[in-house]
Design a protein around this ligand. Structure first.
Ligand SMILES: NC(=O)c1ccc[n+]([C@@H]2O[C@H](COP(=O)([O-])OP(=O)(O)OC[C@H]3O[C@@H](n4cnc5c(N)ncnc54)[C@H](O)[C@@H]3O)[C@@H](O)[C@H]2O)c1
Length: 440
C-alpha cells in the first residue's frame, strides 16, 4: 500500500469562523487554535454527523482552581491550576496532569480535546480530559510539591473520580505524584479509591508496563509505518527530541531492534553521533544528571542543528509546537512519529507533506500510555493483576489494530494519517453523542 496523501481540505475551503469562548483571547488562541484547525479538516468527512461538530469545539467543563501552599520558608504562595473535561460522550474523562510554568488554559483545553480524539482513535471507552498547574516543580522542595499536589487534588476533587474523570502523569508529574493524588482523593472520600488515577506505583495498584507504555507504543507504530513505506528498522537512523519517559524509552526500544539513535535533544542540550548514541547509557546519564547535557558518548550540537540532522524516523517527544514553519523546511527524515502531544503546527504539517515526509500523529502514536492506563483501571476494578507480557502483548495488539484502521481510512480518502485518525475518532465520538441525544 502506498503512503496516504496529505489532504489540504482546510486550505481548499474558506476559513471557518469559529465561535471563540469569551475566556480565550481570540487573537492568541494558542494550541486550542491548532486543534480547531484540525477539526476543520475532518468536517467534510463526517457526513450527517457533522451537525454535531460544535460539540468538538467546546469543552464540556472547565475548572480553574487557586492552590495556595505554605512554602518551607513560611511564605504563602498561590498557584493556578486547571482541569478541563472536553468530551465525555464515550465514557469518563481521562487525561494527564502537567506541571509547567508556562501551562495555559488554551493548552490544557487543546490537550483535553486531543485526549478525546486519542481515546476514540484507539477505541478505549473514555472521553477526554486534562489538567495542569502553572508551576516549575524544580523550584519546589519535595514537601512543597506534595502540599501543592494535595491541594490541587482536593480542589479538583469535585469533578474527578474512578467513574467520572481519571487523571494520569504527564510532563513533570510521575508515579509519586499519582500516589499523593490517590491518597488525597481517598482520604476525602473515606475509602481507598485506587482507580481515581492511573500511572500509580505498582505497590498501589499500578500496572506493570505502564511506565514504558507510551514509548513502546511509539516504537510499535513507528515500526509499522516504516514497514508500510518499505524500510527496515534494522540500521534505521532515529532522531529524538525529548529524552524523558516517552523519548528515552522509544529510543531504547528502537536501538534494541537494531536502529541507530543518531541525534537527541532535550532542555539541557543536543547531541549527535552518526554511528549511534548508546540509548541505555544516555538514560542512565539523564537519571543521574537530569538531562542529556554533558553526556560524553556523543558530540554536542546546537539547538538549531538538531533539526537539520538526516534521519529515517524523527520523534518529537518533548512539548507541543516544536516543529514549526521555521524548522520544518530543514527537516530531513522519512517519518515523523509524534511522541509528544501537538508537536507539529498545522503550517509545519503542510511543509512536511510537501517534502514527502509521512507524519504519524500524536493521537495514534502516543496512545500507548492511555491504553495501558486503561488496563491499569480495569485491573484496579477487578483487583486482579496481569503479567507484564500479557500487558505488552495486549498493548501491541491495540496499537497495531488502531494503526491499521487509520491507515486504511487514510488510503480510502487520500488524506493524511492525522486527518484519518480524526475521521475515525470524531465519527466514534459523534455517533455516541447522537445515540445518547441531548439532555434534557
Ligand atoms: N508520559 C506519558 O505516558 C505520555 C503519554 C502521551 C503523551 N505524552 C506526551 O509526551 C511528551 C513528553 O512527555 P514525557 O512523559 O516524556 O515527559 P518527561 O517530563 O519525562 O520528558 C520531557 C522531555 O522533554 C524535554 N524538554 C522539555 N522542554 C524542552 C525544550 N524546550 N526543548 C527540548 N526538549 C525539551 C525534557 O528535557 C525531557 O527530556 C509530552 O508532550 C506529553 O504530553 C506523554
Amino acid at each position: 500500500m502506498s503512503s496516504p496523501q496529505q489532504d489540504r481540505t482546510a486550505s481548499a475551503v474558506p476559513a471557518v469562523q469559529h465561535v471563540i469562548p469569551s475566556y480565550l483571547d481570540s487573537t492568541h488562541l494558542g494550541p486550542w487554535g491548532n486543534y480547531l484547525q484540525q477539526v476543520d479538516r475532518v468536517a467534510p468527512y463526517l457526513g450527517s454527523l457533522s451537525r454535531w461538530i460544535e460539540t468538538l469545539k467546546r469543552p464540556k467543563r472547565i475548572l480553574i482552581v487557586d492552590c495556595p501552599i505554605e512554602l518551607d520558608n513560611g511564605t504563602v504562595m498561590h498557584f493556578e491550576g486547571y482541569r478541563v473535561q472536553h468530551n465525555m460522550s464515550r465514557g469518563p474523562g481521562k487525561g494527564g496532569v502537567r506541571y509547567h510554568q508556562d501551562v495555559t488554559l488554551s493548552e490544557v483545553m487543546a490537550l483535553s480535546a486531543w485526549m478525546s480524539v486519542k481515546n476514540a482513535a484507539v477505541n478505549v471507552p473514555y472521553g477526554g480530559a486534562k489538567g495542569g498547574i502553572r508551576v516549575d516543580p524544580r523550584t519546589l522542595s519535595r514537601g512543597e510539591l506534595e502540599r501543592l499536589t494535595r491541594r490541587y487534588t482536593s480542589e479538583i476533587g469535585i469533578i474527578i473520580g474512578p467513574n467520572t474523570d481519571i487523571p494520569a502523569p504527564d510532563v513533570n508529574t510521575n508515579e509519586q505524584i499519582m500516589a499523593w493524588m490517590m491518597d488525597t482523593y481517598s482520604m476525602n472520600q473515606g475509602q481507598t479509591a485506587t482507580g481515581v488515577v492511573t500511572g500509580k506505583p505498582i505497590s498501589l495498584g499500578g500496572s506493570l508496563g505502564r511506565k514504558e507504555a507510551t514509548g513502546r507504543g511509539v516504537f510499535v507504530v513507528g515500526s509499522e509505518a516504516a514497514r508500510r513505506i518499505g524500510f527496515d528498522i534494522e540500521g534505521a537512523r532515529i532522531a529524538v527530541q525529548g529524552f524523558g519517559n516517552v523519548g528515552g524509552i522509544a529510543a531504547r526500544l528502537f536501538q534494541e531492534a537494531g536502529a541507530k539513535v543518531v541525534a537527541v535533544q532535550d532542555h539541557t542540550g543536543s547531541l549527535y553521533k552518526s554511528s549511534g548514541i548508546n540509548a541505555a547509557a544516555l538514560l542512565e546519564h539523564v537519571a543521574k544528571h537530569g538531562g542529556v547535557g554533558g553526556f560524553e558518548g556523543a558530540d554536542p550540537i546546537s539547538k538549531d542543528e538538531f533539526w537539520t540532522i538526516e534521519s529515517d524516523i524523527l520523534i518529537p517527544a518533548a512539548l507541543e509546537g516544536q516543529i514549526t514553519e521555521e524548522n520544518a523546511p530543514k527537516i530531513k527524515t522519512k517519518i515523523v512519529v509524534e511522541g509528544a502531544n501537538g508537536p507539529t503546527t498545522t503550517a509545519a504539517d503542510d511543509i512536511l507533506h510537501d517534502k514527502g515526509i509521512l507524519v504519524i500523529p500524536d493521537v495514534v502514536a502516543n496512545a500507548g500510555g492511555v491504553t495501558v492506563s486503561y488496563f491499569e483501571w480495569v485491573q484496579d476494578f477487578s483487583s486482579f493483576f496481569w503479567t507484564e507480557d500479557e500487558i505488552n502483548q495486549r498493548l501491541e495488539r491495540v496499537m497495531r489494530e488502531a494503526f491499521a484502521a487509520v491507515w486504511q481510512v487514510a488510503s480510502e480518502h487520500s488524506v493524511s494519517v492525522r486527518t484519518a485518525a480524526f475521521i475515525v475518532a470524531c465519527t466514534r465520538i459523534l455517533q455516541a453523542r447522537e445515540m445518547r441525544g441531548l439532555y434534557p
